[in-house]
Design a protein around this ligand. Structure first.
Ligand SMILES: C[S@@+](CC[C@H](N)C(=O)[O-])C[C@H]1O[C@@H](n2cnc3c(N)ncnc32)[C@H](O)[C@@H]1O
Length: 232
């Protein structure tokens, strides 16, 4: 069981319409992905499948993988029986043949992993050469500045805080690392850094979330990468 099994329904409901997910993270991922018609895309850490569904609706041939059975049950409900969904831990070898995908999207999942090496090696393996890994993570500066006392910026350190849903608190653990360690992990796994992005939220959210919109427009939150899989 992973943490998300205990609050899958409430998390998915929040994610569906929230400023951070629906008006910031997801539009940014879709913009980076561009035209995906006909592309074979793995959604790594697909959760309840909101991005998987958007990509499918744009003509991609999608597959989802996540470690949470409860999140995958919600994804199944959303996506129907046609989309392959796999329960698997991204720290382990993936159940896909080499070069199975044109793109991998990994939304807000890598920061749950202490060691990116084995995971990125697997994502590289299942991508065809020239394929893309498009990933979003907690911005390394945010995770660094919210912690008291400040950790060693140059170390990879875990941090924890409680998420609150419906009056219940759920302790969450994340891993932060410096920017150069992210870039180094991608390069070591056989990726070329194409784009690093700190996007703005969708302007449509300005009236829906006036205060939070201003805050999000003027502070870092997530960091986005596009990486090209190099030939082995
Ligand atoms: C913040 S949610 C994002 C879900 C989805 N990508 C989205 O944007 O709606 C993080 C997801 O990563 C999954 N996850 C966390 N650690 C994982 C791991 N080691 N292997 C596979 N999935 C993991 C969780 O179960 C959860 O569904």
């Amino acid at each position: 069981m992973n943490d998300y099994d205990s609050f899958a329904e409430v998390y998915a409901a929040e994610n569906e319409h929230s400023l951070m997910n629906a008006y910031y993270e997801r539009p940014a991922m879709l913009a980076l992905a561009g035209d995906v018609a006909g592309r074979r895309i793995l959604d790594a850490g697909c959760g309840a499948g909101p991005l998987t569904a958007e990509l499918r609706d744009r003509g991609a041939v999608v597959t989802g993988v996540d470690a949470s059975a409860a999140m995958l049950a919600l994804a199944r409900r959303r996506l129907g029986d046609e989309v392959p969904l796999h329960e698997a831990d991204l720290r382990d070898p993936l159940p896909f043949a080499d070069e199975s995908f044109d793109d991998v999207v990994a939304s807000l999942v890598l920061h749950y992993l202490e060691d990116w090496g084995p995971t990125l090696a697997e994502l590289r393996r299942v991508l065809r050469p020239g394929g893309r890994l498009i990933a979003s993570v907690d911005h390394p500066f945010v995770a660094y500045t919210i912690q008291e006392p400040r950790p060693d910026y140059f170390a990879t350190t875990s941090y924890s805080f409680d998420w609150e849903f419906g009056g219940q608190r759920f302790p969450m653990k994340f891993w932060r690392r410096p920017l150069h360690a992210m870039a180094g992990a991608f390069t070591a796994a056989g990726f070329r850094l194409v784009t690093i992005s700190e996007p703005q939220p969708d302007p449509a959210a300005r009236e829906l979330f006036p205060d939070d919109f201003h805050s999000l427009s003027t502070k870092t939150a997530f960091l986005f990468f596009v990486l090209e899989a190099l030939a082995p």
